[in-house]
Design a protein around this ligand. Structure first.
Ligand code: NAP
Length: 510
């Protein structure tokens, strides 16, 4: 069991050894053509921790050319699936070998508590490669025989070059969630990580370099969404865009790619309800509701940010909730005891706190939290006490807009009908959590909730085989299991005639 001191010493040592982060293009590390750099900040101290070379528009184009050349060479795209799978499993192994290092740098870069990164996110990242390696060997087509006349069948081929654009919340895991299926299907890619969390992508590129994939198969470019991101989306040589981020950014991306008609997978924002009926196991519901919104510092797309409580349990449940939330341990993210760390960036903290002002201005009440902790050792970081807002009406902005921090709004409901109306009364539809011991009610309600994923009597527990994604303004498309391959492969149909079916003979009559 590592201590805070161990992790802090490790973080310091790793940062001292960390060179300025370069782009990885065509199998080589490069500063990129612009000469521009930017700085990554430790959210716990607001001190700079890394210099990053921005690729700029020209660097993005170079990376796309490298990915295209690699794809066209066939070295990866035509490799036998079993060999591709072996290379991906090697990446998984290397991630596990470097798990401590990846976790410590990710925590230092993002402020997400080390225990949640080390045990959860980094191992999940390795699992993503293992899982999609296995899936790569199982890509099959379908046959549609027409007795005596045709054999029709479909094949799934890699599509080409993918731009993978990722956010700053749990960056390492989310990057692998895209890179692994993309490569497993035989595509090549350019990854552009978020500018607020560049460190772990650098380690991912190192790992992939060590796994010895053909040069240009995986490329990494740093730089702002406006320049590098836009350049990738607009590049005619890019076929696929897999994006995770805010809904407004997603719309912008689609505009950038429209002229060259991209295929998109969009994993966007959320405002997910946790609906608790009086007949539920209330102890488990309470644990899950708290974990669901305050883990990962509340910077989680699938966070259950709207707690809907049946009126008969509202007062008791809220009282227990407040007592528990008051005891959540906020602190140094490298401390294994910490449950909530600092938010990613001072600007993001300001935005989240702005919502607390909006809430009170609109007549809601902050029942617990809502302030920066007054402990001197936390003064320099982007810390916010876990916050619960009550006296909320569904039309208020805090009930409608994604806050993306450790903030929970609570609303009462009378019956199933009202629960459903509140749950569906937002523009988002990523996921939902339903708590009831009545199987009939669960079965009745779950499909009526407008969400890509509904968990019944559970927190968010991922099964990588299942489709993941949102509806409404939470996204387009599904990834996970075979659904990832529906996005990352081109389905082509081949019709083979046996030479016996009639062919109309135009012009045959003299
Ligand atoms: P964001 O601001 O939308 O940024 C995401 C990525 O897009 C970053 O790499 C960003 O680059 C880039 N980008 C920004 N503008 C761009 C443009 N015009 N063209 C191309 N790329 C552009 O999102 P975020 O603040 O990093 O992440 C939080 C959001 O992600 C939340 O809304 C959350 O719900 C969502 N999310 C969704 C899921 C899901 O599965 N549905 C999962 C996780 C997170 P820069 O960093 O350089 O700006």
């Amino acid at each position: 069991m590592q201590t805070t001191t161990d992790y802090a010493a490790m973080s310091q040592r790793l940062l001292e050894q960390l060179p300025p982060l370069r782009n990885f293009i065509g199998g080589a590390w490069t500063e990129g053509p612009t000469g521009e750099t930017f700085t990554s900040i430790n959210p716990a101290t607001n001190q700079p921790i890394a210099t990053v070379h921005a690729a700029g528009r020209a660097g993005a184009q170079q990376a796309v050319r490298a990915a295209r050349a690699a794809f066209d060479s066939g070295a990866w795209s035509r490799m036998a699936p079993a060999d591709r799978a072996r290379a991906l499993r090697r990446i998984a192994d290397l991630i596990r070998q470097r798990a401590d290092e990846i976790a410590v740098l990710e925590t230092t870069d993002t402020g997400i508590p080390i225990t949640q990164i080390r045990a959860g996110q980094v191992l999940r990242a390795a699992d993503n490669f293992d899982f999609f390696a296995e899936m790569a060997t199982q890509i099959t087509g379908e046959t549609y025989p027409v007795e005596g006349a045709f054999l029709n069948y479909s094949v799934h081929k890699p599509v080409g070059v993918a731009a993978l654009i990722t956010p700053w919340n749990t960056p390492f895991m989310l990057e692998t969630w895209k890179v692994a299926p993309c490569l497993a299907a035989g595509n090549t890619c350019v990854l552009k990580p978020a500018s607020w969390s560049p460190l772990s992508a650098y380690l991912l590129a190192q790992v992939i370099e060590e796994a010895d994939l053909p040069p240009g198969t995986f490329n990494l470019v740093y730089g702002s969404g406006d320049t590098v991101g836009t350049a990738l989306c607009a590049d005619p040589e890019v076929n696929l865009i897999s994006f995770t981020g805010e809904t407004t950014t997603g719309k912008q991306l689609m505009r950038s790619g429209a002229a060259t008609l991209k295929r998109y997978s969009m994993e966007l924002g959320g405002k997910s309800p946790v609906i608790v009926f009086a007949d539920a196991d209330l102890d488990r519901a309470l644990d899950a509701a708290i974990f669901g919104v305050f883990s990962l510092n509340g910077e989680r797309c699938t966070a259950g940010t709207r707690l809907l409580l049946q009126r008969s349990i509202y007062d008791d449940f809220v009282a227990r909730l407040i007592e528990r939330v008051r005891r959540i341990r906020v602190g140094d993210p490298l401390d294994p005891a910490t449950e909530v760390g600092p938010l990613i960036h001072a600007r993001h903290l300001e935005r989240v706190m702005g919502y607390l002002d909006i809430a009170t201005a609109e007549g809601a009440t902050i029942a617990v939290g809502g302030r920066r902790p007054d402990r001197p050792e936390l003064a320099a970081g982007n810390y916010l006490e876990p916050t619960v807002i009550v006296d909320v009406r569904n039309e208020m902005r805090v009930a409608q807009e994604e806050i993306f921090g450790p903030v929970l709004t609570v609303l009462p409901f009378a019956d199933e009908e009202e629960a459903l109306r509140l749950a569906n009364g937002v523009r988002y539809g990523l996921d939902a959590y339903l708590w009831t011991s009545d199987v009939g009610r669960a079965t009745r309600l779950a499909p009526e909730i407008e969400a890509g994923m509904v968990w019944v009597n559970s927190q968010n527990v991922r099964d990588l085989r299942t489709p993941f994604g949102g509806m409404k303004e939470s996204g387009i498309g599904r990834e996970g299991g075979r659904h990832s391959f529906e996005f990352y492969t081109e389905t082509r149909t081949i019709h083979v005639a046996f030479g016996r079916h009639p062919i109309p003979r135009f012009g045959a009559t003299p």
